[in-house]
Structures are given as structure tokens and as C-alpha cells.
Design a protein around this ligand. Structure first.
Ligand SMILES: Cc1ncc(C[n+]2csc(CCOP(=O)(O)OP(=O)(O)O)c2C)c(N)n1
Ligand code: SF4
Ligand SMILES: [Mg+2]
Length: 342
């Protein structure tokens, strides 16, 4: 039998050294129907620009499927496939495995092809978390899962997800006269969870479209390093968050400057902070969370008490977590440990 030529080789995508070095070609073009100011659409554009033409994109149901593929139109220039709402993980793994098998059998030219599966917060952090977790254990297949987090089930009219922030007004959690905050759960920590729980996953990162070059370089790093990789993107959504679409970039910046959404990567277990998040780690003052929350209609019902609670939770991420804003573990303090040892 002929020797299989296929290896786990990846495309080597060097980082873009500044905005002027970014390639001009677009693989997510006009022809979509997302809302004005939609940061998730920008993330799609940056993601595939970073990956380049030898890429297959798979997308689970949600705004980035529905608004991007109205019947007979699509902005995707690369091969694109829709997958079921909770299936981004299985789609990524199956496609990567299928390509590998076809190449090993000599039925396809052997070459590294990027496989990227995206999912929303509903499809990825709630429904599809099991399949994503399974994929992140398969080091023999190269794939990137990108979770675009607009903090709701946006496509079906802004329902609450496990990634919706505390207290937000959604169609499932409208503030009432008797109960002001229907939604009182704190948001899941997806990137931290994926990094901490998947030793075979060599690369996890957080990104925001407000920092486009950094975002693209993290995609390029994930695809270059290979194996299963994961990126979590925080995407301001004018419709669901209820703000003027022209403020999308500012909203992303505020999420980072207040410390609510840290920008970092974990490569082979080493945490590296980026940009303004790094400045916060190095001691710069975090902006008060109210500057971010009060610009959004979904928090318009917040009282001073709610704002203080939210601020205290963000402070906790930075002041109490063992790896600030990344992993919510704390060491047992020495005096308590000594007491318990008696
Ligand atoms: C199994 C299943 N349940 C429900 C739906 C209906 N549905 C389509 S898109 C969507 C919202 C998905 O939310 P998210 O993954 O956060 O993506 P977004 O719409 O916010 O971009 C829902 C509930 C579906 N397509 N499949
Ligand atoms: S609802 Fe939000 S995520 Fe969906 S297309 Fe509009 S801005 Fe984008
Ligand atoms: Mg969503």
C-alpha cells in the first residue's frame, strides 16, 4: 500500500506586523444582511481574512448563518457550510477528520487546509459545549472553533443565554415592577474553562473586533499551531444591547478598559495578556463598569445597588482570582489552611 503522505502540517501564517501589512483580499464580502454596526459580521470578515483562501468555514445556526446566507446570496468567498445549532464542535472535528482521511487515501491533494467552525454563545456555550469540549481533546485533527459572543440568542429575538450578563434585559428577562432583575446568574467563563479543562488544546484566546490586527493575529496563531484550538470573541450587538450602532467599537473598548472582558491567550499553558488588559494587569486603573453598562439600553433599569454589585463582581475577577481575570480559582489562605490542619 502506498505510504500516506498527509501529516498534521498546518499553514504557517506569520502575524501581520501592523495594519499596513494586512492583506487586501476579502473572503467575506458584501451581500449579507446583518444589522448596522454588527460586530459579529466584522469578526467573520477578520477571521477569514486572517485565515486566507485555503480555508473551509462551518457555521452553526444563528445571526451569522441566517443573515449571511439569505436564499441564493452569500458574502462567503471560501467554501462555507451551515451546521446544526449545537454542532460546531462535531462539524469541526468531522470535517478535519474527513479531509485527513481523503488525503491519506490519496483522493485529495495533500495540503494543509484550515478548518474553522464558528458558533454563537447560545449554540456554543450552551447547546454545543459538549461537542466543543470533545473536539478540544482530539489533538490529531487541526481545527479552530471561534465562539462569537453577542450575549444572547440574537437571531430569534434576543433571548437569554448562559453568556448574557447579570441583570440584562432580554426577551426572556424583561425588568418588571415587582422583580427588577429577572436574570441573576453570572456569565460563564468560556475561554478560561476551555483552557483549564483541555490539556490537549494548545491554544485558547479571547478577542474583540475593536482590536482588529490583534484579533487576526490570534486567528493566525491558532491555525498555525494546529490541533484543536478555541477563540472567544466578545461582539457588541446594537440590537440586543440597545445602543446606537455607531458606538460598537467604543463598546468593545469599554468592555476591555473596565476589565469585564480581558484580552489574553493561553498557549501551551502559558498565559499572555494583551493590549489594554496587559496595562490593567500592570497596574493601570480599570474604568468604572457603570461607564460601560449605562451606555446600553439593556441595563437602563439598573439602580445604584445593581451597579455596585456588578462592579464588585468585576473587582473580584481582578483581585481574588489566582490568575487575574482568567481562572476563578483562589488559593486557600495560609491562616485558614493552618487552622484546618489542626
Ligand atoms: C436545536 C435548535 N433549537 C432552536 C433553534 C432556533 N434557533 C435558531 S438560531 C437561534 C439562536 C442562536 O443563538 P446564538 O448561538 O447565540 O447565535 P446568534 O443568533 O446570537 O448569532 C435559535 C434558538 C434551532 N435552529 N435549532
Ligand atoms: S442582532 Fe446583533 S448579532 Fe445579530 S445581526 Fe444584528 S447586530 Fe449582528
Ligand atoms: Mg448569540
Amino acid at each position: 500500500m502506498a505510504e500516506a503522505t498527509f501529516t498534521n502540517a498546518t499553514q504557517v501564517l506569520e502575524p501581520f506586523r501592523g495594519i499596513k501589512r494586512v492583506t487586501i483580499e476579502e473572503y467575506f464580502t458584501s451581500g449579507h444582511r446583518t444589522c448596522q454596526g454588527c460586530e459579529s459580521a466584522l469578526i467573520m470578515k477578520l477571521m477569514v481574512k486572517a485565515a486566507g483562501p485555503r480555508t473551509i468555514v462551518l457555521g452553526s445556526t444563528g445571526c451569522m448563518y441566517v443573515a449571511n446566507t439569505t436564499y441564493y446570496t452569500t458574502p462567503w468567498v471560501v467554501p462555507w457550510m451551515h451546521t446544526q445549532l449545537g454542532s460546531s464542535g462535531s462539524a469541526a472535528l468531522g470535517t478535519a477528520a474527513g479531509l485527513k482521511a481523503l488525503m491519506a487515501k490519496g483522493k485529495m491533494k495533500s495540503e494543509p487546509i484550515n478548518v474553522i467552525a464558528f458558533c454563537g454563545d447560545g449554540g456554543g456555550a450552551d447547546m454545543g459545549i459538549g461537542a466543543i469540549s470533545a473536539t478540544l481533546t482530539h489533538k490529531e485533527y487541526n481545527s479552530l472553533i471561534l465562539l462569537y459572543d453577542n450575549e444572547s440568542y440574537a437571531n430569534t429575538d434576543i433571548q437569554l443565554s448562559g453568556m448574557t450578563p447579570y441583570g440584562a434585559n432580554t426577551t426572556f428577562s424583561p425588568p418588571g415592577k415587582v422583580i427588577r432583575n429577572i436574570h441573576t446568574r453570572w456569565k460563564k467563563n468560556m475561554a478560561g474553562m476551555m483552557a483549564a479543562g483541555h490539556p490537549e488544546c494548545r491554544y485558547v484566546a479571547t478577542v474583540c473586533g475593536s482590536y482588529a490586527v490583534e484579533m487576526m493575529n490570534k486567528v493566525r496563531r491558532a491555525l498555525t499551531i494546529g490541533g484543536p484550538t478555541f477563540i472567544h470573541s466578545l461582539d457588541p450587538c446594537p440590537k440586543g444591547w440597545d445602543y446606537d450602532p455607531m458606538l460598537s467599537h467604543e463598546m468593545g473598548e469599554l468592555a476591555i478598559e473596565t476589565g469585564l472582558f480581558p484580552l489574553y491567550e493561553v498557549e501551551d499553558g502559558v498565559v499572555k495578556y494583551y493590549g489594554k488588559t496587559k496595562a490593567l494587569v500592570d497596574g493601570r486603573k480599570r474604568k468604572p463598569i457603570r461607564e460601560y453598562l449605562l451606555k446600553q439600553g439593556r441595563f437602563a433599569h439598573f439602580t445604584e445597588e445593581d451597579l455596585s454589585y456588578f462592579q464588585a463582581k468585576v473587582d473580584e475577577m481582578w483581585e481574588k482570582w489566582e490568575i487575574p481575570a482568567v481562572i476563578p480559582f483562589r488559593r486557600m489562605d495560609a491562616s485558614k489552611a493552618a487552622l484546618e490542619a489542626k
